[in-house]
Design a protein around this ligand. Sequence first.
Ligand code: DCP
Ligand code: MG
Length: 348
Amino acid sequence: MQRKIIHCDCDSFYASVEMRDRPELRDKPLAVGGTSGRGVVATCNYLAREFGVHSAMPMAQALKLCPDIVAVRPDIAKYKQVSRQIQSILSDYTDIIEPLSLDEAFLDVSNVDILQGSATLMAQHIRARVEAEVGITISAGVANSKFLAKVASDWQKPNGLTVIAPSQVASFVAELEVAKIFGVGKVTQQRLYEMGVVNCQQLQQFSIYQLTDRFGKFGQRLYELCRGIDERPVKTLRLRKSISVEHTFDKNLIGINPCLAQLPGLIEELHQRVARSNSSHLIAKQFAKFKFEDFTTTTAESVVAELDIEKFEALFKKAGSRSVKSVRLLGIGVRLREPNIYQYDLFE
Ligand code: DCP
Ligand code: MG
């Protein structure tokens, strides 16, 4: 089945938000970043880009290239807020969303049936809504892979939409410069140029053996990408809601003390599972579960930030006191809060 992937990327994100909020800046070259003598440009608007200003450039140099540039300090809290608003628009189309940063995300809309299932219509819709509801422009790319969707969103920036239909993939990729391939940095680019390779068609002339010989494991990626093959799935950040362990006993436990005696072993096991799933920072609650001989079940829980032995003991006593029956199963677990993408700040 053909996949349908949309890649969205806001135009000059921080700068667009500042221009939205301060209309007097709209037709001025604008840089957002550190304004002190040693500050760095986080981003700049497209007018400033005409002067050669770009992200990661020292602000002092930006001022030399463009003496009229207006420098504004970033307001990250505000950009996070805008990012949330955009995420919420995106989530009207699909749950399969992979945010890459505050201003960029992949959407897998292969199985979405709104707007006649057309990824192109969805991308148009998203762009129009972000502009109307958020007040900034966003570029989008539509293709059957993450690689090409991302290349496409960049193709007609700013405020552009590029769709690469499945039938166009081969010809699009043939002309694509290898510098556009994800993972091809300056060094690889230089080596490819030395092999006489500028575009993907030229790269396609090399066998997989030649490429792995020269580039190791990345050679295989190159072999696939230069043909437009990229099977990477869109990965959502949605994690599990809870992690638990439980034991059913051969012989029912009678009274609270034999139950409490099981606790250290259960905690040890739970601890390992939480650690393996990399979720210890997401713990919101811990709970205990008792199943009695008549198969009735009860749970007790408390708010914690990390596994707490004393609180587990209290939960055992609480749950255990709810029945006089013997216990056939004991379980403990943690409930996890939603991971917050706004805590992972690529650029802070
Ligand atoms: N950013 C940053 N430092 C960098 C690169 C980016 O602080 N070296 C921040 C500012 C950008 C935001 O991240 O506004 C998004 O990064 P992009 O690479 O998407 O750049 P822009 O959205 O600013 O511009 P473009 O229109 O090219 O996407
Ligand atoms: Mg951007």
